[in-house]
Design a protein around this ligand. Structure first.
Ligand SMILES: Cc1ncc(COP(=O)(O)O)c(C=O)c1O
Length: 337
């Protein structure tokens, strides 16, 4: 079903609204007032194990269908959540999906675990692109699409991470969903005022999730925690914000934490390990080693630095999913100890 309720059409893949849950024990453990911290459960978007990419796919796949696509191609790291959810979306819609992934067949990282296991269960065609950087992956995806077209198919290439204008627009929609929930759920009579002042904290990968939130809330109310997925995160986010709002944004206005990358995107860090344990042991919430664990480590650091606004204002942690990545991460066993 294609819906045309607002600026661009989207298809229905997710379950909305995702819950907004209080996290009082976690808040107290990191030095915040217990009633201040909320978790926006975008890990519960429904399709294919859930996560933020489902919202983006509602719009990026709608655009592909409008263009007449009969199959989908996308790219990512071996443990890409976006690739897994594109495979799930294709399965839901009856569209064959080809995933062009960084890595080598036969290497341990190509074993069917975590997201890769799900990619195979969703019956995606996996092509390995070797040690490819972003540009090489994009070129490999175009090459794959050309081969499919030569074979008589009509492929659409869904961008890396689902991050283009449509992907960011999906998170502007999500921001409006959150604002309505905060107004409903804040019970102190100042709900409307406080809801308007909430600070969102979110993992920053390819950038459209943060960009959509910034497009709706403004740059002062969103903290993006850089995961090391892209080389120039602030520029990427600012460009995507501008694509949604139609207004240029100086990337220096964005609030980014770049202190959680550690030894790189693929490596587990000590603060991430501590954050995953703390969220699990105070709230029974599972985070992942690459995105949401890093984002929570960034939130904990921001609380320590008193960078989360005045004591009464809400702080919303966006749980963007990624659980399969925990089971596909080579260092995950260290989190158990
Ligand atoms: C679980 C999870 N959280 C957050 C993100 C970051 O979203 P974005 O790529 O829009 O910055 C990703 C991106 O891959 C992700 O998989």
């Amino acid at each position: 079903m294609i819906m045309t309720g607002d600026s661009a059409a989207r298809i229905s893949l997710a379950t909305f609204p995702t819950p907004l849950e209080p996290a009082p024990r976690l808040a107290a453990a990191i030095g915040l007032r217990p009633d201040r911290l909320w978790i926006k459960r975008d890990d519960l978007t429904g399709l294919g194990g859930g996560g933020n990419k489902v919202r983006k796919l509602e719009r990026t796949v709608a655009a592909a269908l409008r263009d007449g696509a009969d199959c989908l191609v996308t790219t990512g790291a071996a443990q890409s959540n976006h690739a897994r959810l594109t495979a799930a979306a294709g399965a839901r819609l009856g569209l064959p999906v080809t995933l062009v992934l960084a890595g080598h067949p036969g290497h341990p990282g190509a074993a069917p675990a975590g997201n890769l296991l799900l990619d195979e269960i969703f019956d995606a065609d996996i092509r390995w692109a070797g040690d490819a950087d972003d540009a090489a992956l994009a070129a490999a995806a175009e090459q794959t699409a050309a081969e499919l077209a030569a074979a008589g198919r009509r492929p659409a290439v869904i961008p890396f991470g689902g991050s283009n204008r449509d992907g960011a627009q999906a998170y502007a929609d999500a921001a409006r969903e959150l604002r309505a929930q905060l107004r409903d759920q804040l019970r102190d009579g100042l709900g409307g005022t406080l809801a308007g002042q909430a600070t969102s904290v979110v993992a920053l990968g390819s950038g459209a999730t943060m960009a959509g939130l910034v497009a709706e809330f403004g740059p002062g109310q969103v903290i993006g925690v850089h995961t090391g997925a892209v080389a120039a995160p602030a520029e990427a986010v600012a460009g995507l914000v501008a694509a949604v709002t139609g207004q240029p944004l100086d990337h220096r206005e964005l609030r980014l934490r770049t202190d959680q990358v550690g030894d790189g995107y693929a490596r587990l860090t000590e603060p991430t390990t501590a954050a995953i344990r703390l969220a699990a042991r105070t709230e029974g919430i599972v985070l992942d080693p690459t995105y949401t664990g890093r984002a929570m480590a960034g939130l904990i650091a921001a609380a320590r630095d008193r960078d989360l606004g005045r004591p009464a204002t809400p702080v919303v942690f966006w749980h963007t999913g990624g659980l399969p990545g925990l089971f596909g991460h080579p260092e995950a066993a260290a989190i158990a100890r």
